[in-house]
Design a protein around this ligand. Structure first.
Ligand code: DGT
Ligand code: MG
Ligand code: MG
Ligand code: MG
Ligand code: MG
Length: 289
């Protein structure tokens, strides 16, 4: 097909590929959700339907992008982790960012009434987005730990704040001033002694946020188990093998099975991702560079 004389304007576009060999994280966040949560009467301090809707949208994004291995969300934000070798959209930053944010936002509107059947959407919600690249596994884990620590800090603060305001009848200003002078331990202690609330008994959904993790299907784990048995035969090793292992060589096989497999499942958890347990149980997630 002949090119038009206007074609040259294409060369003004820049190729904004994300650096190779780095984790690509897309984080989106509700724009002015302070207002949005007021207008839609979100329960305070935590609205479980609002959180469920966020997770529903995140899952929808992960269903569309097989290369997202994990996502983490709390409050009005979600972070999506693309595997470091991803070639989606030739790693082009603007394509990745705009598509994830757009799909998430349209999903939010699409699934809204499933979660808020008695609250019509008052106006179209907006989410902002950014991409951050993390070169090492440690950087990526520290990033996710940062977001989960943020969830805990905010939730402790918000829980204490709403107790003071709604149960103790304190003014919002006085409650803020009081909490501003308190350390985390003081807040825990106040919740316990003044409001008979053990912070640790508050649902993990609120304290830890939501992790969606892509995992091999059971059938894949079986294949993987057989592979390992072959492996141990070759090594003259008759010991019973566990399904998931930390051994480096098997971790590589885990990953190969994992990434070749298109029919993975997405598990939803409200669990700690700061400690090692979550990661050592899932050696296929990180790259152990
Ligand atoms: P931004 O992100 O700079 O455009 O402004 P905001 O207002 O979205 O601020 P942000 O993202 O720092 O804080 C999240 C807001 O969303 C915060 O004001 C409280 C609200 N929010 C999030 N989840 C809930 C919830 O479950 N219940 C209630 N009542 N509010 C929530
Ligand atoms: Mg903000
Ligand atoms: Mg926000
Ligand atoms: Mg936020
Ligand atoms: Mg097009």
């Amino acid at each position: 097909m002949a090119k038009s004389r206007f074609e040259y304007v294409r060369s003004f576009e820049s190729f904004d590929a994300c650096l190779l060999n780095s984790w690509i994280v897309v984080r989106l966040d509700g724009r002015n959700f302070h207002r949005f949560s007021d207008h839609h009467q979100f329960a305070k301090p935590n609205d479980d339907q609002a959180l469920a809707l966020m997770a529903r949208c995140a899952k929808n994004v992960m269903k569309d992008f097989n290369d997202i291995i994990l996502s983490y969300g709390q409050s009005d934000e979600f972070s999506f982790v693309f595997r470091r070798e991803t070639e989606v959209f030739q790693r082009r930053s603007s394509k990745l960012l705009s598509t994830v944010v757009s799909l998430f936002t349209s999903s939010y509107v699409f699934f809204w009434s499933n979660h808020f059947s008695n609250t019509p959407l008052q106006y179209p919600p907006t989410f902002d987005g950014r991409i951050v690249l993390y070169p090492t596994d440690k950087n990526l884990r520290d990033y996710l730990s940062w977001r989960q620590a943020d969830c805990h800090i905010n939730n402790l603060h918000n829980t204490a704040y709403w107790k003071l305001v709604s149960e103790a009848g304190m003014s919002p200003n006085d409650a803020q001033t009081k909490l501003g002078k308190m350390l985390a331990n003081d807040k825990n202690e106040m919740l316990f002694s003044q409001f008979n609330t053990n912070y640790n008994n508050i649902p993990e959904l609120f304290r830890k946020g939501t992790v969606l993790v892509r995992e091999p299907q059971q059938s894949q784990l079986k294949k993987h188990d057989e592979l390992k048995k072959d492996d141990s035969k070759m090594n003259g090793d008759d010991q019973d093998t566990k399904v998931i292992t930390n051994s480096d060589s098997l971790a590589i096989k885990d990953k190969q099975i994992f990434y070749k497999n298109k029919s993975t499942i997405i598990n939803m958890l409200n669990t700690d991702i700061i400690g090692n347990k979550f990661w050592s149980e899932r050696p296929y997630l990180l790259t152990s560079e």
